[in-house]
Ligand binder design. Structure first.
Ligand code: FES
Length: 118
């Protein structure tokens, strides 16, 4: 089971266990289940309110990709993802650090999720 550590500048870090492998287990869902105050609105990858910075912990290759076109578009609009990074993602299969919590599905990897830092 992956450990996900949620971090906010004004709150104490909280580490939770997540169940990987479900297509509905998003970072936002796990945060809400654990009463972590990540801001959100649409929950559909359109508003960008749930922006988080994700760091993959451990020595394995990050598994968080690929991003949907919708998530890529919103991240670009927020200035958190460039066209060059999108190109690089497709070549390296390497997810970017900025993600939408409502779109990112949890995989079997430990993560640091920073919210309230955008
Ligand atoms: Fe709107 Fe995630 S809540 S993009």
């Amino acid at each position: 089971m992956p450990n996900i550590t949620f971090s906010h500048p004004d709150y104490k870090d909280k580490t939770v266990y997540a169940v990987a492998g479900s297509h509905t287990e998003t970072i936002l869902k796990i945060a809400r289940e654990n009463k972590l105050p990540i801001q959100f609105d649409c929950q559909d990858g359109e508003c960008g309110t749930c922006l988080v910075r994700v760091t993959h912990l451990g020595k394995t290759k990050p598994k968080g990709g690929p991003l949907t076109v919708k998530e890529q578009t919103v991240l670009q609009e927020l200035g958190k993802l460039t066209a060059e990074e999108i190109e690089q993602m497709s070549v390296d299969d390497f997810p970017p650090q900025w993600r939408l919590a409502c779109q990112m599905i949890v995989r079997d990897e430990d993560l640091l999720v920073e919210y309230g830092v955008n």
